[in-house]
Design a protein around this ligand. Sequence first.
Ligand SMILES: N[C@@H](CCC(=O)NCCCC(=O)O)C(=O)O
Length: 256
Amino acid sequence: MRSSPLVGLPSDRKQIGPHPFHAVGEKYLRAVVDGAGCLPVLLPSLSPPLDLGDLLDELDGLVLTGAHSNIEPHHYSREASFPGNEHDPARDLNTLSLVPRAIERGLPVLAICRGMQEVNVALGGSLHQKVHDLIGYADHRENPDEPLGVRYAPAHPVALAPGGWLERIAGSSEAMVNSLHGQGIRELAPGLVVEATAPDGLVEAARLDRGVSGQPDPFLLAVQWHPEWRVTENPFYLGIFQAFAAACRQRAQQRR
Ligand SMILES: N[C@@H](CCC(=O)NCCCC(=O)O)C(=O)O
């Protein structure tokens, strides 16, 4: 019997020199280990995607990470992509098929930044391709010229939905979060409910709640910010990973 729950993380497909590699940022792996006390397992994003169904049955949780690449817009609208938009079609296919399969298996999901956008698109929602070009919205991007510690520092408050999971985790109705994204939720997918909003109204976090009485939904929390960043130094970020870990442990026990 395993002592630590197993958490899968779908990889980015990245060109390094002449060869494609499958990569997951180390801060996500560290947060799964140090913040959640779970064991990370990398899930390659091959194209066509591997059938990971048998592996999902062995996992206790799924973390969808952030990434610089953006989901190809044909997955959620008829809009064309914009020049210079970085894509990772192999990751799109992998994560967009994993989300519904994880939910149908009751696998806990924590989705971060691009991961949140993937959850929204996989469940039928849509995205703004450039939030910063929209009238009335703030620029949610980081300054790439700043050192990492500044880029991932708290950037704006979020209002936490009354009675929601994040309000309980934070122990307050507001929290400060970092902000490193150009895209954002346009239409929230059916079955997701808002957990947090930015001052400009952008949805910053959501959870799965399909509202079927007597049938609790599996743990699925999606956040637009980066709680994995220095997770052990930020009680709110740590609380998010601990809540996910509790759901993973419960899932591990149920599978025994
Ligand atoms: N590309 C999307 C998502 C932004 C995102 O996930 N950024 C992560 C940056 C690298 C990392 O910290 O893993 C967008 O711009 O909206």
